[in-house]
Design a protein around this ligand. Structure first.
Ligand code: B12
Ligand code: SF4
Length: 542
């Protein structure tokens, strides 16, 4: 095979000029797979140019004009950036390939703008694409390995890509690592609820940790495992065997159920500095936090648990999902405020209930009920739009409560209480920076603006009620602003997508028009884990 000039772009940001928190943190959000891809392509003898876009680079000039093939890894929120770049490089003669969360969630849409769209990606699939490397237009090939890779290249092989990205992180630097794929839990809203849990090699993990110690002093490892610590003892044994006490720090996402006091003791001994457990809601999803209580009882129990975690781990982010079907009226929001009062040291991260295409089985139910709104991908990041019409709220009420809760979470008084209740210096200041930047004050401003538009801009209200699919000028203007010079490369028609593509691919009856909300409420949209997830358009490769 001829030696190809390959570009690999990891889109961590969706627009230039990030805020303070973005400038400090974006490089720490780099994905592992684009680096893995870099290793696989180099192993196959090709020339690789890898770029992690954090919002400060000039995307128009980062890659040379004569690439043979460009791989882009993208979340849905950066999909329009990815589509524009793909268009630009296709016009320069390159073949383009999309992978990552957006490709897994919206392959049909992405195939209009890429020659290849990859789901699960094993080395053999990448080799196949490189061997063929042909134009597929107007519709790209949708390919997927039959399962997640059984192994990934170690940190040493990925290091040159990791180091290039970490240079862009001015202060704290997280080294991305992963020890497992999939998850044994079955939360119906989650992309991994249907993916078997699979630990990667523990000896491999030990060599990665040992290698890292040769490269950095007291490094911080950011674990990308969907649910870190499912095989808790194996992980801790591996860390203890490879790392002398006090020489490494770690950050991980874990379900609350796994954070018992004995586990926390061991996590502290091994340098765990931050945990991100999911609470999700006071009325459901108890399987994840292993709580039987609901309402205020759950608030008390969970806040005690979080305070206990904070005695062992200095930084805790608690994740909530707002607008779930089990919630209605002000009570869930009020309960969250009580939680903040009782556990002030935790940083609250709020996600608006969102359906990312074919990410989760429950999305079929939302689509069948006609509740999924065609918000452009650019706003699908759990914050800038909620693309599922809620059953328990009218939009103005929902946004009023959201603004109120966000304000409550980031008053100076609450920021002060969080500061005082956080037991270490870096986590304390991290919380302050997050609060006064895009994740706190920025959210208050954005949600308040949206709440105002619901009263003053009929087009916004009509769109959110599902009465029209015409995109309000407000959203269009933001896309144009965020894409900047890339906007001229945005392919025609790319701003909107078919929100029912997943349902259509299962060949189930599709509602002709958005279903009025009252009907959605009557028929219900109960989570259905038994839903068959068919993806006939995606060819599985072995
Ligand atoms: C770890 C993680 C993070 C980490 C690391 C992010 C990162 N850049 O990788 C952190 C905490 C930073 C994070 C942040 C966010 N996340 Co996140 N995250 C995850 C999580 C838990 C695991 C993803 C992972 O790394 N898996 C391991 C890899 C190896 O497997 P994989 O992702 O399945 O990838 C396979 C294929 O997709 C493919 N592949 C992956 N990337 C690429 C790239 C190329 C070029 C190719 C060819 C193939 C390829 O190969 C892999 C092997 O088969 C998933 C949920 C989940 N359980 O999967 C959510 C998830 C990916 N996150 C999600 C979201 C929404 C976010 C945020 C927007 C949340 C927010 N509001 O801040 C931000 C966006 C950050 C950003 N722009 O980079 C959504 C994405 C939905 C979507 N369609 O966009 C997910 C799916 C969760 C969900 N809500 O369902 N996240
Ligand atoms: S525990 Fe977390 S990773 Fe596992 S299925 Fe539930 S939400 Fe997904």
């Amino acid at each position: 095979m001829r030696r190809l000039k390959i570009g690999i772009l990891d889109l961590v940001a969706k627009r230039p000029q990030p805020g303070l928190y973005g400038r400090l943190m974006n490089a720490n959000l780099a994905s592992i797979m684009p680096q893995v891809l870099g290793v696989w392509c180099e192993r196959a003898g090709h020339e690789v140019l890898y770029v992690c876009y954090t919002g400060v680079e000039d995307l128009l000039s980062e890659f040379p004009n004569d690439l043979d093939i460009l791989f882009i890894g993208s979340f849905s929120e950066a999909a329009l950036v990815a589509y524009s770049i793909s268009n630009m490089f296709r016009q320069r003669g390159a073949i383009t390939v999309l992978g990552g969360p957006h490709a897994r969630c919206y392959p049909e849409d992405a195939s209009k703008y890429f020659d290849y769209v990859l789901g699960f990606t094993e080395k053999s699939l990448v080799e196949e694409v490189l061997a063929e490397c042909e134009q597929h237009r107007p519709l790209g090939r949708m390919l997927a390995s039959p399962q997640q890779p059984r192994e990934l290249p170690g940190l040493e092989e990925r290091w040159k890509f990791v180091a290039a990205t970490l240079k862009k992180a001015p202060t704290v630097k997280f080294v991305p690592m992963i020890g497992s794929l999939g998850c044994p839990y079955t939360c119906s809203f989650c992309i991994d609820s249907t993916v078997d849990y699979q630990p990667l090699s523990f000896p491999g993990l030990q060599s990665d940790l040992k290698f890292l110690l040769t490269k950095m002093n007291n490094p911080i490892v950011g674990w990308h495992d969907p649910n870190f610590g499912v095989r808790f003892d194996d992980y801790m044994d591996a860390i203890e065997a490879a790392v002398p006490a006090g020489k490494m720090r770690h950050i991980a996402e874990s379900s609350l159920a796994l954070l018992s006091e004995p586990h926390l003791k061991r996590l502290r001994q091994n340098g765990f500095q931050a945990m991100l457990p999911g609470i999700e809601s006071w009325y459901s999803l108890g399987n994840k936090s292993k709580t039987r209580q609901t309402g205020m009882d759950k608030v008390k129990q969970v806040s005690e648990h979080i305070n206990m975690i904070l005695r062992y781990v200095p930084y805790v982010q608690t994740n909530f999902v707002l607008g779930l079907d089990c919630d209605s009226g002000p009570e869930p929001f009020e309960l969250t405020k009580r939680f903040l009062d009782l556990a002030p040291g935790a940083f609250p991260a709020y996600s608006l209930n969102s359906a990312f295409g074919r990410a989760a089985p429950i999305n079929l139910d939302y689509q069948r009920a006609g509740r999924v709104l065609p918000f452009p991908f650019h706003f699908l990041n759990n914050n800038h739009a909620m693309n599922i019409r809620p059953t328990g709220y009218k939009w103005p009420e929902f946004y009023s409560l959201l603004v109120d809760l966000t304000r409550y979470s980031f008053t100076w008084k609450m920021i002060g209480r969080r500061f005082a209740a956080t037991p270490a210096a870096i986590p304390r200041w991290m919380n302050v920076v997050r609060a006064i930047s895009s994740e706190g004050f920025g959210r208050i401003k954005y949600h308040t603006m949206l709440r105002g538009l619901l009263d003053t801009d009929k087009s916004v209200r009509a769109f959110m009620e599902g009465e029209t699919t015409e995109l309000p000028a407000f959203y269009h203007a933001r896309i144009r602003r965020d894409l900047g010079p890339l906007y001229q490369w945005l392919p025609e028609g790319a701003i909107m997508h078919d929100p029912l593509a997943y349902l259509k691919s299962t060949e189930a009856p599709v509602p002709a028009a958005p279903v009025p909300l009252a009907r959605a409420r009557d028929t219900g949209s109960a989570p259905s884990l038994q839903t068959t997830v068919a993806s006939p358009g995606v060819q599985a490769r072995s």
